[in-house]
Ligand binder design. Structure first.
Ligand code: C5P
Length: 231
């Protein structure tokens, strides 16, 4: 049976392939993430179809970043779709604008702290201030919560530090960067297993390639579900 702690990232070629995946996974998965890669290949229509026809929950991962007025307008438009989660970058002014855009809607605004594909070398190249990456994640998470974010995206390695923040009380922690034992890391750098992520304080785990590129996406999903249900 489905467990909405698992969110499957539909980073597949187009909306048709995504619908096929959802049909294959059937009742085993109740929550899907649609990302930027799907925007030009039917992503929003897919969100509607999954929600209205199949009763799934939807996480639209747009990682919005722009001037406040534009963020507010974009979020207002996007939340006219019946979304459960929507991501913006975790800068406080962006989070505040997004919350204004989502006012009156049920959509939860999640703030991206630091992408799970980045390490300190990448941050140096992007001129991000010095210090341990995990400290920066926790600092950004605290500021995003103060600005009104309903939750944050963080790596499962940083989840316990975020969970320990007083500002994190009642907020969601959603973790990509999950790799079941034996699966390839790909470009993810700060990873843990599904069970470890939940133990570390994640409310939801986002898993893409280990499911959709598996020989049997359903078998791989069932293994992940049994891992998190046997904690
Ligand atoms: O295939 P994989 O399991 O690595 O997919 C992870 C998903 O989570 C991708 O859709 C990626 O865009 C997303 N994501 C991430 N790191 C973040 C935010 C989102 O990997 N900080």
């Amino acid at each position: 049976m489905a467990d909405d702690r698992l969110i499957v990232a539909m980073d597949v070629a187009d909306a048709i392939s995504a619908l096929k995946l959802a049909q294959q996974l059937g009742d085993a998965v109740s929550f899907y993430k649609i990302g930027l890669g799907m925007l030009t290949t039917g992503g929003l229509a897919l969100a509607n179809e999954l929600k209205q026809e199949m009763g799934k929950r939807i996480f639209l991962d747009m990682k919005i970043f722009d001037i406040g007025a534009t963020v507010e307008k974009a979020v207002r438009g996007l939340t006219s779709f019946d979304l459960d989660f929507l991501t913006v970058h975790g800068d406080p002014n962006i989070v505040k604008a997004a919350k204004d855009g989502a006012s009156g809607k049920k959509t939860k605004i999640l703030a991206v702290t630091i992408l799970t594909s980045l390490d300190r070398t990448d941050l140096d190249a992007a001129l991000i201030k010095s210090g341990k990456l995990s400290d920066l994640v926790v600092e950004r998470a605290g500021k995003a919560f103060d600005a009104g974010a309903d939750g944050v995206i963080a790596s499962p390695q940083e989840a316990p530090l975020v969970r320990a923040l007083p500002e994190a009380e009642g907020k969601l922690i959603v973790t990509p960067g999950i790799r079941p034992i034996g699966s390839k890391p790909g470009d993810q750098k700060r990873i843990t297993t599904p069970a470890m992520a939940i133990t570390n304080g994640a409310d939801h785990i986002v898993i893409g390639r280990p499911i959709w590129s598996a020989p049997s996406p359903l078998a791989s999903t069932m293994e992940i579900l049994s891992e998190i249900n046997n904690l």
